[in-house]
Design a binder for this molecule. Structure first.
Ligand code: ADP
Ligand code: ZN
Length: 210
C-alpha cells in the first residue's frame, strides 16, 4: 500500500509512520528527516534547505520533489511506502501523481492547542534523529535510543511554530480537498495524547486489524 500521512506539524505523523513501517515492513519516507540529515552532513541540498527550515518555511518544491522521486525508485519501495511530510503543496502533489500511485491519504486532525503543546515539548536527537516528547522522558535529557544529549529543534521554538501553522493552513491544507476529490482521504481525529490510541485510529483508517 502506498500511503500519504497528511497533517499539521506535531500531529504525530512521524511517530505513527515509524510504527506502521515496522508493522507492515514498508519504508517511512520523511522529507523532514531526509532534509535534516542533509543539513547534518553539509550536502548541497542541506545548504539549500537550512535557512528555509529554520524560518519555518517550506523548502522549494523542486528540491523535495527530486528527493522523493529518487527515493521511490529504490528497491525497498516496491511493496509500498509511507510518505510522511510529503506532499506539502499542490505542486508537489501534482508532481507525485506523475511518478507514483497513491492508495490512501490519512488526514491527521488536531487543534492548534494540541499542536503547540506537542511541539513545545518535542526533543530530537542530533546524532540518530530520534524524536521524543518530554512527557515520555521522566526528567532525563538524553536520547532513549543512543544516549546522546537531546536538543530542541530551532523550528520548534514558539516564534517559528506560529509561522509553520500559517504555512500549513495556506499551502498544505488545500491538499485535503485535492485528495478528497480523488476519493483517497481517511480522516482521523488525534487530539488525544495516548500514542497507542491514536495508532489504533491510524490502523483502522487503513482497514488494518487491531
Ligand atoms: P513536522 O514533523 O513538524 O511536520 P517535518 O520534519 O516534516 O516537520 O519538516 C520540517 C521542515 O522541513 C518543514 O518545516 C519544512 O521546512 C521542511 N520540509 C519537510 N518536508 C517538506 C516538503 N515536502 N516540502 C517543503 N518543505 C519540507
Ligand atoms: Zn539518538
Amino acid at each position: 500500500m502506498n500511503i500519504i500521512f497528511l497533517g499539521p506539524p506535531g500531529a504525530g505523523k512521524g511517530t505513527h509512520a515509524q510504527r506502521l513501517m515496522q508493522e507492515l515492513s514498508i519504508p517511512q519516507i520523511s522529507t523532514g528527516e531526509i532534509l535534516r540529515a542533509a543539513i547534518r552532513e553539509g550536502t548541497p541540498t542541506g545548504l539549500k534547505a537550512k535557512a528555509c527550515i529554520e524560518k519555518g518555511e517550506l523548502v522549494p518544491d523542486a528540491v523535495v520533489i527530486d528527493i522523493v522521486k529518487e527515493r521511490l525508485q529504490q528497491a525497498d519501495c516496491a511493496n509500498g511506502y509511507i510518505l510522511d511530510g510529503f506532499p506539502r503543496t499542490v505542486a508537489q502533489a501534482e508532481a507525485l501523481g506523475t511518478f507514483a500511485k497513491i492508495d490512501a491519504v490519512v488526514n491527521f486532525i488536531l487543534s492548534d492547542d494540541a499542536i503547540i503543546r506537542r511541539l513545545s515539548g518535542r526533543r530530537v536527537c542530533p546524532k540518530c534523529g530520534n524524536t521524543t516528547h518530554i512527557s515520555a522522558l521522566n526528567g532525563s535529557t538524553v536520547c532513549p535510543v543512543c544516549g546522546e544529549e537531546l536538543v530542541q529543534r530551532k523550528d520548534d521554538l514558539p516564534e517559528t511554530v506560529e509561522n509553520r501553522l500559517k504555512v500549513y493552513a495556506e499551502q498544505t491544507a488545500p491538499l485535503i480537498s485535492y485528495y478528497q476529490a480523488r476519493g483517497l482521504v481517511r480522516d482521523i481525529v488525534c487530539d488525544g495524547h495516548i500514542v497507542d490510541e491514536n495508532h489504533a485510529l491510524v490502523r483502522q483508517s487503513l482497514g488494518l486489524e487491531d
